[in-house]
Write a protein that binds this ligand. Structure first.
Ligand code: NI
Ligand code: MN
Length: 223
């Protein structure tokens, strides 16, 4: 089994094996770092961490075009059902959703907020995605919290995707501590340098042991 992780830029990824292809936080339109258009995304699922525009992004267009299953919390799924996304797998923190091929997605805590078009969208989340025998922890948008150690211990992620852009999430120093708590051998910094307010020096993201893999939009890692 092989799992591939392709970066959309900002917090967006496509995570695929031979059974599923999950677009996570597919924000392309209006994303200055994006290299593809929403119409080029082919996927079986769309998964969302929370309701903010820079994460929901092109969910509606991509889910409809692919007849994809939306994996998100109850509030987001309900909102998008009203917009015509017919297939969904609603969940919430602590829950795990089984999808095709023995793969699954679990919702974890994230310290942030969540709304969409002025409407409350439930609790923001991190996502743990088990695809092709590999485990990926997408932290979502969040502050540092000590239970990241518990998430690391529970799911033993092969790779963690950690926001480092400061202002709305952790900056690089706190994100380095987050990486140490999670304990994944590989980490990818996300949610930085998309716009001036979240410009940071990525070299300040220095976890103690994890190897830092800096991705540009369009880059792909095979796990
Ligand atoms: Ni956010
Ligand atoms: Mn964000």
């Amino acid at each position: 089994m092989t799992c591939t992780l392709t970066y959309f830029g900002h917090s967006g990824f496509q995570i695929s094996d031979e059974h599923v292809s999950i677009a996570v936080d597919p924000f392309l339109t209006g994303n200055p770092s994006a290299t593809i258009k929403p119409s080029e995304v082919k996927c079986s699922h769309v998964a969302l961490t929370h309701g903010h525009e820079d994460h929901v992004g092109d969910t509606l267009e991509i889910a409809k075009a692919n007849d994809a299953v939306l994996i998100a919390n109850y509030e987001l799924v309900t909102h998008f059902a009203g917009q015509g996304i017919e297939k969904s797998e609603p969940g919430n923190h602590g829950g795990r959703i089984k999808i095709d091929g023995g793969n699954w997605v679990a919702f974890t805590q994230a310290f942030h907020s969540s709304s969409y078009e002025g409407q409350y969208m439930g609790m923001p989340a991190g996502l743990v995605l088990h695809v092709g025998g590999r485990t990926i922890y997408h932290c979502g948008d969040t502050d540092l919290f000590s239970d990241m150690a518990l998430i690391g211990e529970t799911y033993k992620p092969d790779i963690a995707l950690i926001p480092i852009g400061d202002r709305f999430t952790m900056g690089p120093e706190l994100a380095s501590r987050a990486a140490d708590l999670i304990g994944a051998p590989r980490v990818v910094p996300i949610h930085y340098n998309t716009w001036p307010p979240i410009e940071v020096d990525v070299s300040k993201f220095r976890p103690s042991t994890a190897s830092v893999e800096i991705m540009s939009a369009g880059d792909c890692i095979t796990l």
